[in-house]
Each structure stands twice: as structure tokens, then as C-alpha cells.
Write a protein that binds this ligand. Structure first.
Ligand SMILES: [Mg+2]
Length: 375
């Protein structure tokens, strides 16, 4: 396939958010910024990608723009778009880090190759091992009544998984009261998970988490700071409830080390942490050998990044704990979102068309753009 990348368009978009989202290490409120790229080719085909850094988690939008525009894109020009591993190795050599920007480049290239071959990305990855992904919504609105109302509606529509964000309340007792209220409010067959986003102090963490086990969570996600691996291992050893590592397991090397050190019973895979689908898949494989299932996490992506992740998850057996791809539908303004995620009956479905399989509305991108450049 001799399709040559000829250039790229890059937008920084700003979306208004329908609600505040509070989580352990930080909150997002008002607006959310993302980077959208379009890689053009000499075949007239273009592919879209998205980078959604979160400053307190992985990096900044400003740094993402700089690395894409200054380092990656000029070097991608003239390359064969179908040689994805070669281009990703080039990006790795040009700049360390910046996994979100690398994920954006990779998904745009897959989009191009899929469109050129008439195949959806999940097919390029080998095909489906599942048709749909159990959908999880995160209860993170400091206005708990509003979230409970939304959760009830979503339960009626078929959703069974809800992830409660903790670790941002002033006290542990308040966290306990919130979780108790949510457990009481939702029907008994609800699959509840608890995510601290590193928000629990190391001192006394075990006792606090033991109290949370009374609410029968399916897992306890990243209770303490990412670097506290010995404590994570200790909690994993002493708690009955599985511990899931999110911030502690960013990429392929940390996943490999995390397996050896037994710091968790499950991992959260995010394209924005891993630096793309190939790395996400490698993490899932490493975890699988240790009997560790994975979960489809997000930062605050829109429809491009989340649909890319949906393709990966339907094609990767060990990402089996569902996904939290709720932002475009439930938090962003749909009128400001360039494409939606297909959520039905409590499940996410991947698009069926070639490439990412989504129609991108560039008018919407243009309306929300606070910066646009061509490279
Ligand atoms: Mg998390």
C-alpha cells in the first residue's frame, strides 16, 4: 500500500462541559481542551486522530501541540502511511513521552489504512473477540443528587456498571456516606466500582479500604499515589476486593514491572497513557499471562479517541472489564462533539465502517477550535 502522508491539519478544540467532574487528583469544570489531527495523503484519503492530555495526569495540551507540530508531523510527511510501526518508532525517537500525541498519530494512520482497505480498525487488529463492550459510567459530579438521577435513568436504559469517584471529599467518612448512598440508591445487581484517582493518604489506607469493601465494589481503583508501589502491593495482598492500577501502570514497561511486583489484580488501559493501540494491546498481553484482566479507561477524549479504543477492546480478549467511554454522550455538549460513541443497552459498540468508521464533522471542530494550524 503506497499511500504517502503529505501533511496535517491540527486543531485545539475547547468543549463546554455539562457538569463538573471531581476526582482524586483534580477536577475538570467549565471546559475541556483536546487536540484533533487530520493526516492527509497523496491518495486523497485522510485519517483523524485525537490527543487528550490531562495536566494533572499525563501532560498538557500546549506540550501536545508543540510535539505534534514541531517534531512529529514534519517527519511523518513523505512516509508510507501503512507502515505504522515504522512511523511510531520514528515518533519515539524524535521525542520521549507524549503518549497522547503518539496515540493521535497512530489512530490517524490506522484510519487511513482502514479507509484504503475498506476494513474497520478492529479487523486490521485481527477481528472481533466480542461484539460489544460493557459500559461503565463514572459518578463524579459533586452534585450527587444529579448523578443519582442520571444513574437511575442509565440503569433503566440497561447500564449496570457505575464507577464512583472517591478521594476528593474532605473526609473519609464523607466518602463512605456517598458510596453508601449510591449503593442504596441503585438496584442490587449494580456492578459498583470505586476509583480514588490516588486520592487516599497512604497512612491508614488499608483500614479505610476495608471499610469500603462492605459496599461490595468489584474493584478498588488506584487508591494511593501512583509511585507507592510497595503500598499498592501490600493493599493487593491484604484486601479481599481486587485492586486495579491506573496511574501506577502507564505504559508497557510499567505494566511488565507491575506484574512482577504484584501491585494490582487488574490494570486500566488508556490509549492516552499507553501511546496508542499497539502498546495498549501489549499491556493486555503482559497482563493476561499473569491472570490480570484489563479495563478500558479514559482521560477526557471525544468520539475519535474513544472509538479508536472501542476498536481495540472488541479485538483484545483480555480488556474484559468494560469501558468508561461516556464523555461525548453524557458530559460534553453533543452539538460540540465531532462524533459520538454508540452506547446502547448498557454497552458500547464499535463503528462498522472502514477505518475508525465515523463521520467527522469538521464544521463542528472549526466552531470549537481555539487554535488551528497546518503543517
Ligand atoms: Mg482511574
Amino acid at each position: 500500500m503506497d499511500i504517502i502522508a503529505t501533511g496535517m491539519r491540527l486543531w485545539v478544540v475547547e468543549n463546554r462541559l455539562a457538569m463538573k467532574r471531581s476526582q482524586g487528583v483534580g477536577s475538570i469544570e467549565g471546559t475541556n481542551r483536546r487536540i484533533i489531527i487530520r493526516i492527509d495523503t497523496d491518495a486523497g484519503l485522510s485519517g483523524y486522530g485525537e490527543a487528550a492530555p490531562w495536566a494533572v495526569f499525563s501532560g498538557t495540551t500546549e506540550a501536545g501541540v508543540a510535539v505534534l507540530a514541531t517534531y512529529f508531523l514534519p517527519s511523518i510527511k513523505g512516509q508510507r502511511a501503512a507502515e505504522i510501526p515504522k512511523i511510531m518508532r520514528l515518533c519515539d525517537r524524535l521525542a520521549v513521552g507524549h503518549p497522547e500525541a503518539k496515540a493521535a498519530v497512530e489512530m490517524a494512520l490506522y484510519d487511513i489504512v482502514g479507509k484504503a482497505s475498506g476494513l474497520p480498525i478492529y479487523q486490521l487488529l485481527g477481528g472481533k473477540c466480542r461484539d460489544r463492550i460493557p459500559f461503565s459510567f463514572s459518578i463524579a459530579n459533586p452534585d450527587l443528587d444529579a448523578d443519582l438521577e442520571l444513574a437511575s435513568r442509565m440503569y433503566e436504559e440497561g447500564s449496570r456498571i457505575f464507577k464512583i469517584k472517591t478521594g476528593f471529599a474532605d473526609t473519609h467518612d464523607e466518602d463512605v456516606r456517598r458510596v453508601a448512598r449510591i449503593r442504596e440508591h441503585l438496584p442490587d445487581d449494580t456492578d459498583l466500582r470505586i476509583d480514588y484517582n490516588q486520592g487516599l493518604a497512604a497512612f491508614g489506607a488499608l483500614e479505610k479500604l476495608k471499610q469500603m469493601e462492605a459496599f461490595r465494589p468489584t474493584f478498588l481503583e488506584q487508591p494511593v499515589k501512583a509511585h507507592l508501589w510497595d503500598l499498592m502491593a501490600d493493599l493487593t495482598d491484604k484486601l479481599v476486593t481486587p485492586v486495579l492500577a491506573d496511574e501506577s501502570v502507564f505504559d508497557v514497561p510499567s505494566a511488565s514491572a507491575a506484574v512482577q511486583r504484584k501491585i494490582a489484580n487488574a490494570f486500566s488501559i488508556k490509549l492516552m497513557k499507553a501511546g496508542g493501540m499497539a502498546n495498549g494491546r501489549a499491556i493486555a498481553s503482559i497482563a493476561k499471562q499473569a491472570g490480570i484482566p484489563c479495563y478500558g479507561g479514559t482521560l477526557f477524549e471525544g468520539g475519535i479517541g474513544l472509538n479508536a479504543a472501542a476498536h481495540l477492546i472488541v479485538a483484545t480478549e483480555n480488556i474484559s472489564l468494560g469501558c468508561e467511554f461516556y464523555m461525548p454522550r453524557y458530559v460534553m455538549d453533543p452539538a460540540e462533539t465531532e462524533s459520538m460513541v454508540d452506547i446502547r443497552d448498557g454497552h458500547v459498540y464499535p463503528p462498522e465502517g472502514p477505518g475508525l468508521g465515523i463521520d467527522i464533522d469538521e464544521d463542528v471542530i472549526g466552531r470549537c477550535a481555539i487554535e488551528a494550524l497546518s503543517v
